[in-house]
Design a protein around this ligand. Structure first.
Ligand code: SAT
Ligand code: MN
Length: 589
């Protein structure tokens, strides 16, 4: 008798018509074989999937060049298909599930012809974790199969775990012919199904990541009483050896990965990494909030990564675990066969190719690496990996941080008065756009909890869920906002950032442990300037005062904008957050 899993695979094969079906076992031997297949047999646009890089300087590293139109997530082609449009909310593109399936069925008919269908059984979360989910993705490209092995716990034991159940998480993925006109990333939350055609890019194609672990998982969390969040998880060890665990949400281009792996500039403090992108939270029996990272890899932005900005990531990228390490759309130094990107420590070589494989010189005025070029690498290479990483229960969280890139107004760090006030701070948070994004530079985009593109249901209900989670906890974490990006009158950053951010984290954990007082302002609690440790950095009193200062007069425009944003969620938007809004608004002259 065929299992539900076998039947499902068979049905998808009848639709997509691959030449072969290959069940992956997740072994190292298999990963090596797939790399070989990607170098010698499979092609994208007539070109190999993988190129071997300099193995002495970059052990187990390979270069991948994507289809030129397939370099980023495509939010406008991403749909959440609840039967009821109201459930999807104003924050999602919506299509009725029946209509969406009709469309996808048409696009998927025969889409794997001439190709191999890889069956990828994987877990999101440690297999022994009560919170882990068993999943199976089908794909027709070795790049995705190998990437999933780096990012998730893939292996045949998952098939045994699924056994005769049919509630496993399903992902059907085909790159099709990469036609952006026929590209769709569709979610069917009630069926635990993601169906994606036309793109091989990370967030569009590695269906365990944003698609399942955020969009669908957030919906499961809403129904079942937990949270799936776009957050780093990290431990901060103090000079006495105590470790305090915190999480942080930040929109892209705020240095989230750098924060998660920070090398502390303060002697005696050390950061232990648990995750850089996704956190699943459950309330423990002790009434505290516990977090796990469901992934086991990093899919990070290469440009800007260097020994200065993220030394631990540079070490991770040179790790020797055979997972392997992939570089996607970086430049290439032809003489040394090494990857290269803008912002790397070493200057470009004499003989360079750009991300598409064309000859490149710095005089061209163009970038060698695509601005969204990426590395995919095992978290087990990380020198600062927390010893709790594989703890199936996760770690207890003492502080939740919401960050953003704001050149004005938002102080360096602020503590919320209460859980509800903290949810208000997360709901109003946002970031100014940078040159790395396609949008206009310097425009403020609100991105609540950095979840706007990833919340798989109506965000008004999501805010209510956050509020109710707070009520269920005996010992909820404290909530903070941070902003490393305030600029002076010359447009220069006032705060040094990077490893120096530990000085702000120190204040946060000192607040958690009641070791330091704070100053109440209408927007929350800020540090007294002398409570931010400043030995070894050049941030004079005057400058620090500016970035910790709160003048409610300056909040008038901001509050008008927040109001418009909150109103866009309509009647379902929770009353509690309007109350927080009004409390602040009343104080503005
Ligand atoms: O692949 S991801 O979606 O995680 C990266 C991105 O944000 O594009
Ligand atoms: Mn992310």
């Amino acid at each position: 008798m065929a299992t539900p899993l076998e039947k499902w695979v068979e049905q998808q094969a009848q639709l997509t018509k691959p030449d072969r079906i290959y069940w992956c076992d997740g072994s190292e031997e298999e990963a090596r074989r797939l790399m070989q297949v990607g170098m010698e047999q499979e092609k994208i646009n007539g070109k190999p999937i993988f190129y071997l890089l300099n193995q002495e300087k970059w052990p187990v590293a390979y270069l991948h060049r994507s289809h030129p139109t397939d370099v980023a997530r495509t939010e406008h082609l991403t749909y959440v298909c609840h039967p009821d449009k109201e459930i999807a909310g104003p924050n999602n593109n919506w299509m009725h599930p029946d209509e969406a399936k009709k469309l996808l069925t048409r696009l998927s008919d025969g889409c794997m012809r001439g190709r191999t269908m890889y069956v990828l059984p994987y877990m999101m979360g440690h297999p022994e974790s009560p919170f882990a989910k068993a999943c199976v993705q089908l794909t027709d490209v070795s790049y995705v199969a190998v990437s999933m092995r780096i990012m998730t716990r893939m292996g045949k034991t998952v098939i045994e775990k699924i056994g005769n159940r049919d509630d496993f998480v399903k992902g059907l993925h085909s790159v099709g012919d990469f036609d952006p006109e026929k590209r769709f990333i569709m979610h069917f939350p009630d069926e635990h199904l993601v169906w994606s055609v036309g793109s091989g890019y990370g967030g569009n194609a590695l269906l365990g990541k944003k698609c399942f672990s955020l969009r669908i998982a957030s919906w499961l969390g809403y129904q079942e009483g937990w949270l799936a969040e776009h957050m780093v998880i990290m431990g901060i060890e103090d000079p006495q050896g105590n470790i305090t665990y915190i999480t942080a949400a930040m929109p892209s281009a705020c240095g989230k990965t750098n924060l998660a792996m920070m090398e502390s500039a303060l002697p005696g403090y050390k950061i232990w990494t648990i995750g850089d992108d996704i956190a699943w939270f459950h309330i423990g029996d002790d009434g505290r909030l516990y977090a796990i990272n469901p992934e086991i890899g990093f899919f990070g932005v290469a440009p800007g990564t260097s020994m200065k900005t993220n030394p631990n990531m540079m070490r991770t990228l040179k790790g020797k675990n055979f997972y392997p390490t992939l570089f996607t759309n970086t430049g290439l130094n032809v003489d040394t066969n090494e990857p290269w990107w803008e912002g790397m420590d070493d200057p470009p070589g004499k003989n360079m190719l750009d991300w598409q494989g064309n000859p490149w010189t710095s005089e061209s005025g163009k970038n060698a690496a695509h601005p969204n070029s990426r590395f995919t690498v095992s978290i087990y290479n990380t020198p600062c990996l927390s010893k709790e990483f594989d703890n199936p229960d996760g770690v207890p969280i003492s502080a939740v941080i919401f960050g953003g890139r704001r050149t004005k107004l938002i102080p360096l760090v602020v503590e919320a008065f209460s859980w509800e006030h903290g949810v208000f701070m997360g709901a109003r948070s946002g970031s100014e756009t940078t040159a790395a994004a396609i949008h206009k530079v310097g425009v403020l985009r609100r991105d609540p909890m950095a979840m706007l593109p990833f919340c798989g249901y109506n965000m008004a209900d999501y805010f209510s869920h956050w509020i109710s989670m707070g009520r269920k906890m005996k010992n909820p974490p404290k909530i903070f906002t941070v902003n490393w990006f305030r600029t002076d009158e010359n447009g220069k950053f006032i705060w040094p950032g990077f490893g120096e951010n530990i000085r702000v984290l120190k204040w946060i954990i000192d607040r958690v442990h009641n070791k330091v007082s704070g100053r109440e302002t209408p927007i929350g609690i800020v540090p007294h300037i002398n409570d931010i440790e400043r030995t070894g950095i050049d941030v004079p009193d005057e400058k620090l005062k500016t970035i910790l200062d709160v003048d409610v007069k300056d909040w008038k425009e901001e509050l008008e904008d927040i109001k418009k944003f909150f109103e866009s969620f309509g009647k379902r938007f929770p009353e509690e957050l309007w109350k927080e809004y009004e409390k602040l608004n009343r104080q503005v002259p």
